[in-house]
Design a binder for this molecule. Structure first.
Ligand code: FE2
Ligand code: FE2
Length: 474
């Protein structure tokens, strides 16, 4: 089903037949555009950007590529097609028909899940808004804007649910989504990682690799929801999310590639010398990795959580690949290992599986994220560089949950405050690391040219060449 772009808000939800909803959204749209103008990518007005726009939900051809003037991007509302006779697949309502309306008793929890997800979308746009000024190439600049407009569309997806299913409080939540600001002391975004700065492109690539991947795991869990409209809208969001993680994985990979090339050509491995050649030394990349990984660990929430148990047993939020799990999909009586600090060291204990669902999702994420780190290591192996990136222990540098009460190093050892302070500059990016990376950032906008600190990608976007004019400036 193709989307009618003559409508004000492109959609495949039959908006034209729901005047009340249409009016609510048409009222919200100018507020969204104001927010985009204030908090969206800086200085882009009038740019012609080669972007993909969702025009259908057909897996074989959902996207259309063309130049779009930045403020004219058509943010639309797309749900995956309904699955005939879909059921609630887990929890107390397992086997009942999936809900097409919000069950009254679960209204507050469902709204909270939608608002928490929705809040991350504009937050990342805010975090990334200055990066266009220092893009290492037109190709990268275009990818940044692609991620930004799609996070904007994800906000639309959540706001659609709030407007369509939650009445007045949904409309109020939709407004509040445009009022919170990433990093704002008085009115911050809901989750910690979305209030951190994304000051440079290495941080951006790490963010899209790790933090957008948290998005994938949250969306996958919501795509299992018994509330069918939420399941269908998050399914389609996952289609777009894949590109965001690609930008992250390939971006970090190209940074590593370039550094390795210089190390081999110059026969050097001392980080200070590597820096003198204008590329990012591998230990600094490891520290960025440690930071973004640990901040993302916290996004999954407390290791043992009664909310997580409630969301699951009431059928609102499932597990990653819920329907593939070979168990009763109730989890009552089952156990799952969680970590705690006991007698000055990390120890495993068994928690009720229902309460440990955040931990389980975190573990699913770690497996996926670690596989990409191994792909980065293969780039080093190919170049013959003797260095291997490591995924830090999941207890490292935590700010949420019982593990946040102790200082834990990247190998999972509980350390004293003195040990932590003496070593933290080896584990996490220091001010001087960040200043060095910042010193490399400079805008490269000649088609086909790339900044010295990053290798070109093997191929362009949508079969275009690397020297394609991905962004046209006025
Ligand atoms: Fe998103
Ligand atoms: Fe994303």
């Amino acid at each position: 089903m193709n989307i009618d772009y003559s409508e004000k808000i492109p959609n495949n939800v039959n908006l034209v037949e729901n005047r009340t909803l249409q009016r609510a959204l048409e009222h919200w749209q100018p507020a969204f555009l104001d927010w985009w103008g204030d908090m969206g990518p800086e200085g882009t007005k009038g740019y012609d950007i080669y972007l993909r726009t969702a025009i259908s939900v057909d897996p074989k051809g959902w996207a259309h590529f063309d130049y779009v003037k930045m403020p004219d991007y058509r943010w639309g509302i797309f749900l995956n097609p309904a699955e005939a006779d879909r059921k609630v697949n887990f929890g107390a309502h397992k086997g009942e028909p999936a809900w097409q309306e919000v069950p009254g008793e679960y209204r507050a929890n469902l709204r909270r899940l939608i608002v928490t997800q929705g809040d991350t979308e504009p937050a990342s746009v805010e975090q990334q808004r200055h990066l266009g000024l220092t893009a290492p190439s037109l190709y990268d600049l275009r990818n940044l804007f692609q991620v930004n407009v799609e996070e904007g569309r994800h906000l639309w997806a959540m706001v659609y649910l709030l407007h369509a299913y939650f009445g007045r409080d949904g409309r109020e939540e939709a407004e509040a989504l445009l009022e919170r600001r990433s990093g704002d002391a008085d009115n911050p975004r809901i989750l910690g990682a979305f209030n951190e700065r994304t000051p440079d492109w290495l941080a951006f690539f790490m963010f899209t690799y790790f933090t957008d991947r948290d998005g994938k795991y949250q969306l996958c869990s919501l795509a299992e929801s018994g509330f069918d409209p939420l399941a269908r809208t998050t399914r389609f969001m996952l289609t777009e999310e894949a590109h965001h993680m690609f930008v992250g994985e390939s971006g970090v990979g190209r940074v590593i590639q370039r550094t390795a090339e210089v190390m081999v050509q110059q026969r050097i491995d001392d980080p200070a010398e590597v820096r003198r050649h204008g590329v990012i030394d591998l230990p600094t990349i490891q520290r960025y990795l440690n930071f973004h990984f640990s901040v993302t660990m916290d996004l999954f929430g407390a290791d043992v959580s009664s909310n997580a148990a409630t969301f699951y047993s009431t059928g609102l939020k499932g597990r990653f690949e819920e329907t593939k799990a070979d168990d009763d999909h109730l989890l009552t009586g089952a156990a799952y290992p969680v970590l705690e600090v006991r007698n000055g060291r990390l120890a495993t204990s068994e928690a009720p599986a229902l309460n440990a669902l955040n931990e389980r999702l975190r573990d699913d994420f770690i497996k996926d994220a670690a596989a990409g780190v191994e792909r980065w290591n293969r780039i080093l192996q190919k170049q013959g560089v003797a260095f291997a990136f490591k995924v830090p222990h999941k207890a490292f540098n935590r700010k949420i949950g019982p593990l946040s009460t102790a200082k834990i190093d990247p190998d999972g050892n509980v350390v004293s405050d003195a040990e932590w302070n003496a070593n933290v500059a080896r584990w996490l990016p220091s001010e001087s690391d960040r200043a060095f990376v910042a010193s490399l950032m400079g805008r490269v906008i000649e088609p086909g040219k790339f900044a010295n600190w990053i290798a070109p990608p093997p191929r362009g976007i949508n079969n275009q060449s690397l020297d394609f004019q991905y962004v046209r400036f006025d």
